[in-house]
Ligand binder design. Sequence first.
Ligand code: ADP
Ligand code: MG
Ligand code: MG
Length: 252
Amino acid sequence: MSTLEIKNLHVSIEDKEILKGVNLVMNTGEIHAIMGPNGTGKSTLAQSIMGHPSYTITEGEILLDGEDVLEMEVDERARAGLFLAMQYPSEITGITNAEFMRAAINATREEDNKISVMDFIKKLDKHMETLNMPEEMAERYLNEGFSGGEKKRNEILQLMMIEPKFALLDEIDSGLDIDALKVVSKGINSMLGDSFGVLMITHYQRLLNYIEPTFVHIMMDGRVVKSGDANLAKRLEAEGYRGIRDELGLDI
Ligand code: ADP
Ligand code: MG
Ligand code: MG
């Protein structure tokens, strides 16, 4: 089992404090959903865990199995087992999707344990089938000309190929039609187990109908203000954020 601990995390962008003391502990085998109004710092949290350079950590800690993540470069964080699927995946010309994934897998492995071409192709075929992806998508340049839905599917394919310890999924449900959402959820659900944990950022209960969270956290104004189980998301759907604000006496 692995543990990702976020302790009293404060993060600023251009001197504006966005995260104001986030606390969160996740173990592999668990699915954590983060919900919260727009602009509350959900993406900032995911980007800060992964080490995006625009975000300045002013206070607090992020530990992966006790190791200081904040001391690691982005690629070291990936090698340590962290993976971020982004709200807006970027396009990269000149490297095919398959080349990218093979390099990403091998980057996490020792010299004498690189994945063979045969094993890579077998694994790729299997996962692309799960995700109903046409074979040619593996040979296209990374995300170039992919539709929004294809990009999301491709992020999940990368996740399944790379098999990180913790996946951070930032609004992977946005812009997906119901069929694509089912496929993406199927891919994520196929990875669940003792050695894999998920932090899932979403605006909508809908995604949680397909991927059942162990814990739901509500973020408001740069903090986790309430945590609960899957019922908390259902309550949000019914009451909106107003109910939570009133209960907690929050004026935000
Ligand atoms: P969420 O994902 O919850 O919608 P974000 O983490 O994207 O929220 O943003 C939190 C706050 O940080 C917002 O007020 C947003 O305007 C601000 N912000 C995000 N990115 C930047 C940036 N690159 N420069 C300046 N402000 C930013
Ligand atoms: Mg947003
Ligand atoms: Mg966001």
